[in-house]
Design a protein around this ligand. Sequence first.
Ligand SMILES: Cc1cc2nc3c(=O)[nH]c(=O)nc-3n(C[C@H](O)[C@H](O)[C@H](O)COP(=O)(O)OP(=O)(O)OC[C@H]3O[C@@H](n4cnc5c(N)ncnc54)[C@H](O)[C@@H]3O)c2cc1C
Length: 297
Amino acid sequence: MPTDVVIVGGAFAGLAAATYLGRARRSVLIIDKGEPRNRFAAASHGFLGFDGSNPADILARAREQLAAYPTVRLINGEAVAARAEDGGFAFTLASGETLTSRLAILAFGLRDSLDPIPGLAERWGKSVLHCPYCHGYEYSDRRLGVLWRTPMSVHQASLVAEWGPTTLYLNGADLAPDSAATLAARGVRVEPARIKALIGEGTLLQAIELDDGRESPLDALYVAPKSTLSSPIAADLGALIEDGPLGPILKTNAEKKTTVPGLYAAGDIAHAPHSVSFAVADGVMAGTSAHRTLVFG
Ligand SMILES: Cc1cc2nc3c(=O)[nH]c(=O)nc-3n(C[C@H](O)[C@H](O)[C@H](O)COP(=O)(O)OP(=O)(O)OC[C@H]3O[C@@H](n4cnc5c(N)ncnc54)[C@H](O)[C@@H]3O)c2cc1C
């Protein structure tokens, strides 16, 4: 008998989907590699009831609660290949094991690549941040920066200015005159020079060292990373992947069904914007939607 649902990715979206399917007494196998996107941050903010909690603690608690449901099993491992088979799906794990299921939910998250500026990667999630709603409050009224990556960085800097005095670091890029006017209206300073390195003790940020020898004092730098899907499995299964506002995104409808019958997607790979709360809600929708398909076809 194939399992009712295999879930690839067992963090916020995947575990939320599994919780609802387990409560509906359906058989579920979760495969999880254990690398959630926010693992670089010591505290996760904004998730109701868990504001400021360590992300790993939130997930450990969810895993512990899920263990009470006898139809749910979690495998620590990686799904490396997938194919449609016998009206369902077959997943191959890195261990060589194959798992089959009637339906599947993809919740394997995104992978971020950061600019290769010395001192940046080691501060990711600490003093180099991606989102002011998640970490802006902790840096209220401090010296804030935004690193230019695309014309959207102008919007990002205009928003970040809500939390404190902000500088947009162009790092050698050109700024359109209308963007300069937008930034000026929000009181954002513009620093055109190229960046040499981020400096500060440990993971603290104290300044940006510029190519021309100057140092620009700073407490937090916002960057928009380049994000890609963590796994090629969605493409292997033929699911449609679109260009979303924050990178690639699986096309899903309101019930979290992808373009492949029987295949659902949830979390950062299927929803923008990104947050733990959105990922959990998305997982609940995918789980209950898959359940209704099991019941009603
Ligand atoms: C630095 C940083 C800080 C953040 N801080 C906050 C915050 O404070 N508050 C907030 O609300 N949001 C925050 N976010 C956003 C939040 O991390 C994401 O929105 C959330 O993690 C998305 O959940 P997800 O379940 O979709 O994906 P993920 O959390 O990325 O989980 C995906 C899981 O799937 C696994 N996986 C991947 N490929 C495979 C495979 N082939 N086989 C098996 N398993 C696989 C991964 O290892 C991972 O465990 C932050 C993001 C970053 C980058």
